[in-house]
Design a protein around this ligand. Structure first.
Ligand code: CUA
Length: 179
């Protein structure tokens, strides 16, 4: 797990923990034995407590949402000046990729679509580690921006079962050293 994903997971875990504790506190106060004559006062206190916990949870989730949005690795957020653009078109059973050669250390925007059925555009490095993947959908262009750090040959694999020769949808992408 990369450090950013780790931080996000821990943060969301913390929010869930606080929410569960809050619910437990509310549950405990609703279910504890109390003399009947104090019912009205307790209800007011509980309503107040529930509202406070709700506000805290909403505020915490809102802050987390805003704080973590820039780290989402998809969409337009990673766009950069001087980026390279690669058009990807998946069709049974081959990839059309133009250009097939990009530069390391410069963001590459992949505009990914499909001609017939859904395909899964995935790029793997030499160690068979998947760097990213995105759905190739007919009639829709998906965008993903990725910056290759190392020059070399990268494997392109289809990750969506798309027919009898799905396993043949393999090709390569060449990453040149930075200029
Ligand atoms: Cu295309 Cu599987």
């Amino acid at each position: 797990m990369n450090p950013t994903a780790y931080v996000i997971t821990v943060a969301y875990g913390a929010v869930c923990f606080v929410a569960v504790i809050g619910l437990l506190v509310i549950w405990r106060s609703t279910h504890s034995e109390r003399p009947r004559e104090r019912d009205t006062a307790d209800t007011d206190r509980l309503v107040h407590g529930e509202k406070a916990w709700f506000a805290i949870a909403v505020a915490a989730l809102g802050v987390l949402l805003l704080a973590t949005l820039p780290f989402i690795p998809y969409g337009d957020n990673a766009a950069a000046v001087g980026q390279q653009t690669v058009a990807v078109d998946g069709a049974q059973f081959a990839w059309t990729i133009a250009p097939r050669q990009v530069q390391a250390e410069v963001p590459v925007r992949f505009t990914v679509t499909a001609a017939d059925v859904n395909h899964g555009f995935a790029v793997y490095n030499d160690d068979n580690v998947m760097l990213f993947q995105i759905q190739a959908i007919p009639g829709h262009t998906s965008n993903i921006v990725y910056t290759f750090k190392e020059p070399g040959r990268y494997q392109v694999v289809c990750l969506e079962f798309c027919g009898l020769k799905h396993h043949e949808m393999l090709t390569t992408l060449t990453v040149d050293p930075p200029a």
